[in-house]
Design a protein around this ligand. Sequence first.
Ligand SMILES: [Zn+2]
Length: 312
Amino acid sequence: MNYDNALLSEIEKIYLEKRKKAEQPVEILKQALFSNSDYLSAYNGYNATRFEISKAKFMGDDDNLPVLKAKLNDYKLKMQEIRLSLGYDDKTLSPKYECKSCLDTGRTADGVRCKCFKKLVCKLTLEKLGLEKKKLPSFKKAGYKDLNNLQKIYDKMALYCEKFPNTDKNIVIAGNVGTGKSYLAGCIANELISKDFNVIFLSACELNSILLKYHVSPIDEKGAYLDLLTNCDLLVIDDLGSEPIYKNVTEEYLLMIITERMTKSNPFIITTNLEQEQLLDRYGDRTLSRLNDKKKGVFIQIKGEDLRRKKI
Ligand SMILES: [Zn+2]
């Protein structure tokens, strides 16, 4: 998965805060515990005995080991007894991390990115782009897939999700209003989000507003918008063609984003009601040739009726 550096450093700060929140109360309790002279003396005795055990093992002095181990256990029990008498059980002295899998570090013990990290990436990406979390449809609940001969397409797209991220194929889904394009794109996005991929699903209008913000933002802030849009695992632009055209913005930045994503082999999905000629008129031949690039993508034309008007 791809993450841009600004996002990563922000996430690192969030984890640091989470760890502080979990560890600070325990540190305060520990300080109180160590101000108890009996506890401190048992603690020092415990550590000194551990050292003696290591030394005995190193010197091959096995005869002395049972006595030392018993001594170690005595210190341990003494410490526990004092802790309990002061009202601290072992649980009070363990930090209460929000995530038990990674202890608020973002990585599990075997070094793999934790689920909570991926959730945080998605959440922050949406926040930074000013997008609401969308309720997306799911393959499992797709009710009208047999209408408009969608069954075959759904099966193919389910396979696409299975292969993901081992595919750099872009998908353009074209068809008349209400034929189920957005629904299909939503199902793909939803499926991949459930697998913890960083998916941005937005309407062409929402994208247009982000691009306008990008256009007028100071140069040092520009990168953040573009990085989020080009680095996420999958970008879904729904209903391309429904947005107003802003001069020097819509066409230029759309081309920039899809070109950049293709260079990085980060797939995108676009749904549109527009015909080829209309796409050409609105976005120009360079964008259209990328959308039609068969080596890098699939063009799906959904023919059929407006399913929204059909009772099912
Ligand atoms: Zn975690």
